[in-house]
Design a protein around this ligand. Structure first.
Ligand SMILES: Cc1cc2nc3c(=O)[nH]c(=O)nc-3n(C[C@H](O)[C@H](O)[C@H](O)COP(=O)(O)OP(=O)(O)OC[C@H]3O[C@@H](n4cnc5c(N)ncnc54)[C@H](O)[C@@H]3O)c2cc1C
Length: 749
């Protein structure tokens, strides 16, 4: 039977330490020759061999594409929970190239000499089965709680799970005895069959046993890839199995694939000439012969995911219809990568499918597919949405994080093309060497896609305006799948809408932004005793309004502790001159009792350096937003009541105004240009935060959608004044009449 696996051709190398780089050079050559896999035998008691993980890691570092597999790993000599971490690490470092083939151990005298307790053959198979479960348990970073496992041979008492590997590492098992084949059928993703004529016979007998065991465990036997190690002589003349010219090899190997189900053929050789001949003369001919025979027979392809992974699929999504270009990078609930993509920075989720297109055409394809399913759709760029629900429960996430390039289009006009998946810290780092910056936010982990479709209130706001004020063009995939470029000249109506309410109109696939010349900036962190909260707020607000527009300041307060409130301000001055910086900061040092201060001159990129990775949340953010014209004593008194209520753990006032206010209210869909401040609060309880915040509402002229999570419909009219909202609704009716894009501050058509 042909199980329909894509044919894999590899090489099995001797990990000799006597010529330390010999196996590495052969592996590099195998990659150059287009082979799929390099495998290494593992004998940790053998002093003439390298230790396998070390050698495999070195090979991974020297290669870019080829798959890597210890085959088979001596499992009794390795603690399974640690083995899982070694494998996950190498998979992450190599970009998802690892296959883990495990064995039950063989040379017990040598192993015992190294201190490994001897097991009977039956015990060693049981121990291997337990090890497989432990390894998978550690990899399953999405599972709740620590891993506890009580086996006869292996015990794990609350091990932390993770890291999740870069991909679902195929777990193969090598061996030929009946008990081992039963284990393979029940648990493994692949069966490694020993080489030679005996191996071929073992394959034929063993396949049936593996299939029965798989079926009785509720699996599809096609889930188990059959891996055959072979050796032979490539010569112009020969006399037997795999002994002769390439045509003879093809004739011998073809039936093993299409009749006996071999999906992977691994040639054991350390001879570079044999390797080259196999790759150049056997491999292409064998691939072509297999493809032709499969075509002739109509062989169905093997399932891409295990029965267990398929069981974790959610209703309402036609998983088998995911377009092939997207299927390779898509993540499903049963996948190892799921833990890393299910939730976002502030919001827990359990989507049924995360599509990760890598081009605008794939975005259109993903959108078409998503629209055909009857489940929620979320858009995601870098997953820092507050109002934006870039994850969901049981739906589809269209994640454009792979569209993350930052490219200079024109040095003279400082025009830059940026992908929605880039994070602002990465954008700042890319532009810093040019002496440029784009006004963004205060945090480098935030994505371009979410922020540049809404506003962008950041540390350069008074000096350079909102992020959307620097957008010169946006490319979008619209609800009907068309890909359009919007600018002042092309689809100007959409271009207007995209700058302030873009998330309602399409999936942004690229932005053209005009950077500003920004050298080093002054950054001051001043901490005040804010026991007299209202007084401090009023004085700080007055200092902001009186400050030159080069200066932008954010003030943050937490909940009171022991009656005391501290206010932390971060102030950025767009100047590298220390005297100018200090002169502009001077009024701020006097707004209240100063308890801590630091001032430095650094590049803007240092202010918004991207974090290595963001925390992902299980929760649901509770936030409110308001835009304020002036920070009056009346507002400050009400704000003090909010802070002292204890119902917000993060209260922030950001300076706006300056260049932001130079733009006409109707120039973009962000209309609230006269606000001098953006106010926001985060709480733990919706009801408690709203209860206090609603009392502040009359102070505000509007709100900033990105910081608002109140679901009440009147928030929409706070976000968009009547004329803006009417225009947005009309455009929504035209461009998204079915309301496909509704995961964020939705303007119903
Ligand atoms: C720690 C933190 C700091 C922040 N600081 C600032 C700040 O200083 N200034 C500021 O203005 N905002 C700030 N924000 C708010 C932030 O700008 C928004 O939450 C923004 O939506 C995040 O963008 P993202 O791409 O990371 O989000 P995602 O979670 O990926 O997306 C959020 C929403 O944006 C929309 N969206 C995402 N990608 C696209 C796309 N390609 N096309 C169309 N719509 C899309 C969708 O509606 C989606 O639900 C901050 C948020 C956090 C969590």
């Amino acid at each position: 039977m042909d199980y329909g696996h894509p044919l894999q051709l590899g090489v099995f190398l001797t990990p000799t330490a006597e010529r330390p780089h010999a196996a590495v050079e052969l592996a590099v050559r195998a990659e150059e020759l287009g082979l799929d896999l390099v495998t290494l035998q593992d004998h940790p008691y053998q002093p003439r061999f390298h230790e396998t993980w070390t050698l495999l890691s070195w090979i991974a570092g020297r290669t870019e594409r080829i798959g890597l597999a210890p085959s088979v790993m001596n499992t009794p000599m390795r603690l399974p929970a640690v083995l899982a971490r070694s494998a996950a690490s190498l998979d992450l470092l190599s970009g998802g190239r690892l296959t883990l083939a495990l064995g039950a151990g063989h040379f017990w005298d040598a192993m015992e000499a190294m201190g490994v307790p001897r097991l009977t053959p039956g015990e060693s198979v049981d121990a291997l089965a337990e090890a497989v479960e432990v390894v998978r348990g550690v990899w399953d970073a999405a599972a709740p709680g620590a891993l506890t496992y009580r086996g006869t041979h292996h015990r794990v008492a609350g091990a932390e799970r993770g890291p999740a590997p870069a991909h679902d590492i195929p777990l193969w098992v090598g061996g030929g005895k009946r008990r081992m084949l039963d284990l393979v059928g029940r648990l493994a993703d692949g069966w490694v069959v020993a080489g030679g004529a005996a191996g071929v016979a073992a394959l034929r007998d063993g396949n049936a046993l593996v299939d029965v065991a798989a079926a009785s465990a509720g699996r599809d036997p096609r889930e188990v890839r059959r891996v055959l190690n072979v050796s032979g002589t490539l010569a112009d003349a020969g006399s037997g199995f795999l002994d002769g010219p390439p045509e003879r090899w093809v004739a011998d190997l073809l039936p093993l694939v299409v009749d006996d189900g071999v999906g992977t053929v691994v040639l054991a050789t350390d001879d570079v000439a044999t390797l080259e001949r196999f790759a150049r003369e056997v491999a292409p001919a064998l691939r072509a012969a297999v493809a032709a025979e499969r075509e002739r027979r109509g062989t169905p392809p093997a399932p891409t995911r295990s029965t267990a992974a398929r069981a974790a699929r959610r209703r309402g999504i036609a998983y088998d219809d995911v377009p092939p270009a997207l299927a390779a990078t898509a993540v499903e609930p049963g996948d190892a990568r799921y833990a890393a993509v299910r939730s976002t920075y502030l919001r827990g989720g359990a989507p049924g499918l995360v599509l990760r297109p890598g081009t605008a055409a794939e975005v259109a394809e993903a959108l078409r597919f998503a629209r055909a399913q009857d489940v929620p759709l979320s858009l995601r760029s870098a997953g820092h949405g507050v109002s934006g629900r870039s994850t969901n429960d049981g739906g589809i996430v269209l994640d454009v994080s792979r569209l993350n390039g930052v490219e200079v289009l024109d040095e003279a006009t400082r025009l830059v093309r940026v992908g929605p998946g880039a994070r602002w810290g990465e954008v700042a780092a890319a532009l810093q060497p040019l002496g440029w910056a784009i006004s963004s936010g205060d945090y480098g982990g935030v994505g371009v896609g979410g922020l540049a479709t809404t506003g962008g209130i950041g540390f350069l706001g008074r000096a350079h305006g909102l992020t959307i004020d620097h957008v010169r063009a946006v490319e979008l995939v619209l609800a009907d799948g068309t890909h359009v470029r919007t600018s002042e000249e092309e689809h100007p109506d959409l271009f207007w809408a995209v700058r302030g309410a873009g998330f309602n109109f399409g999936v942004a696939t690229a932005f053209e932004l005009q950077a500003a010349e920004v050298g080093d900036v002054g950054i001051a962190q001043l901490v005040f005793d804010a026991s007299d909260t209202a007084e401090l707020l009023t004085r700080w607000g007055a200092a902001v309004e009186a400050a030159p527009r080069e200066l932008t300041s954010f003030l943050t307060m937490g909940a009171p502790r022991g009656g005391q409130v501290l206010a932390q301000t971060t102030t950025v001055v767009d100047s590298a001159d220390p005297d100018t910086i200090l002169r502009m900061l001077q009024p701020f040092a006097q707004v209240g009792p100063l308890v801590g201060q630091s001032v430095q001159v650094a590049p803007y990129a240092a202010v918004v350096a991207p974090p290595d990775s963001g925390p992902t949340s299980d929760g649901e953010p509770v936030t409110r937003s308001g835009l304020l014209e002036h920070l009056t004593p009346q507002f400050a008194a009400d704000a003090e009541r909010l802070v002292r209520s204890g119902h917000t753990f993060f209260f922030q006032v950001r300076a706006m105004g300056g260049v932001t206010a130079d733009v006409a209210p109707d120039a973009t869909a962000f209309a609230h240009r006269s606000a001098n401040f953006s106010v926001s609060a985060f709480g733990a309880s919706r009801a408690r935060l709203d209860g206090v915040w609603d009392g502040l509402h009359h102070h505000f002229s509007g709100l900033y959608p990105s910081f608002e999570t109140d679901p009440r419909p009147e928030r929409l009219t706070d976000a968009y004044p009547p004329a803006t909202l009417a225009r947005l609704r009309e455009l929504k009716r035209r461009y998204d009449p079915d309301n496909v894009f509704r995961d964020n501050t939705n303007i119903a058509p």
